[in-house]
Design a protein around this ligand. Sequence first.
Ligand SMILES: [Zn+2]
Length: 73
Amino acid sequence: MKPGVRIPFTVGDRVTLKKRHPCGGSHWEVYRIGADIGLRCTTCGRRVMLSRRNAELRTVARIPAGARGEVSS
Ligand SMILES: [Zn+2]
């Protein structure tokens, strides 16, 4: 995704961030939308909050909530 593009984050989205989490995972699930975007690491379950702008800048891929094609865990 191009930097600076507004991403319509939705609870349940799966996103891939530029930077890997220290646990080795790079896939996150959106669990909260607000002034900040709440992301949960799907590898270790840790939760982080990012500002919307930061989340948009760091997101390199997004699978919208409800999209098929990925094996659910
Ligand atoms: Zn993690």
